[in-house]
Design a protein around this ligand. Structure first.
Ligand code: DC
Length: 231
């Protein structure tokens, strides 16, 4: 069996990271959550006063990009790779609704994308990687052996994200979360640099009505076929 690259793209809260983690664990591959990297840059901008209610200081962020160092370290107990911003674990801080509200405009900045895409390509250079995001099959790994494009209705996705946030103890309303999901869809698909779109050779999976187990087994079989060189 050969090692392959698996790219999982799609809209927010389609369960990309859940299935990507399951696959990486099962195959013994490295899992990279590229969205966490854009979220960590957003947190950096917030911590440095570069973001206010409806404005962010793009020029200063670009000047400060050299001060941002990101890496993942696997927490063996939890069995997941957690993200560190300048050597501080920020895994929990990057998942707030506040970060979600600012992340899409920051992810639209070409200089930010260039820096993170280079790091992502470096992390996947030896294959044996599952990476999820928005531009993995189109820009980061255009030659990935398996590309999946995940989709689900905005209502279903907002419901999932709302339950996740409530579970963490965040005080949010369903309407707020739905508005954020729709706003991010809009910015992610219409930005100039690397907009979210299905790669021509990606396999689309709508999981609005699918359970996690079925979804995992469908994608695992697709991966096995490619690892065995059957496709
Ligand atoms: O997957 P997520 O919701 O954690 O991603 C957060 C944001 O980061 C999302 O709104 C778009 C952006 N993103 C991106 O532009 N490119 C990626 N490869 C991953 C995420």
């Amino acid at each position: 069996m050969r090692n392959i690259t698996i790219a999982i793209d799609g809209y927010s809260s389609t369960g990309k990271s859940t299935v990507a983690k399951q696959l990486a664990d099962w195959l013994g591959y490295v899992y990279v959550d590229s969205g966490a990297m854009y979220r960590a840059v957003t947190l950096f901008a917030m911590q440095n006063g570069l973001i206010s209610e409806n404005h962010f200081d793009k020029e200063t962020l670009i000047e400060m990009l050299g001060e941002i160092s990101l890496h993942f370290t696997r927490d063996e107990e939890k069995g997941i790779a957690e993200i560190y911003l300048n050597d501080k674990n920020v895994e929990k801080e990057i998942r707030t609704l506040e970060v979600s509200e600012f992340v899409s405009p920051i992810a639209a900045v070409s200089e930010v994308r260039k820096k993170l895409v280079e790091q992502q390509q470096q992390m996947g250079k030896d294959k044996g990687v599952v990476m999820d995001g928005r531009d993995i099959g189109t820009v980061v790994f255009p030659y990935a052996e398996l590309k999946i494009f995940m989709n689900a209705s905005p209502d279903e996705r907002a419901k999932r994200r709302y339950l996740e946030l409530i579970d963490r103890g965040d005080k949010v309303s369903y309407d707020e979360v739905l508005a954020n999901v729709k706003e991010r869809d809009h910015i992610d698909t219409t930005r100039k640099d690397s907009p979210l779109k299905k790669a021509d050779d990606a396999i689309e999976i709508d999981n609005s009505e699918m359970n996690l187990d079925d979804q995992f087994h469908i994608i695992l079989q697709l991966a096995k076929d490619r690892m065995a060189g059957r496709v």
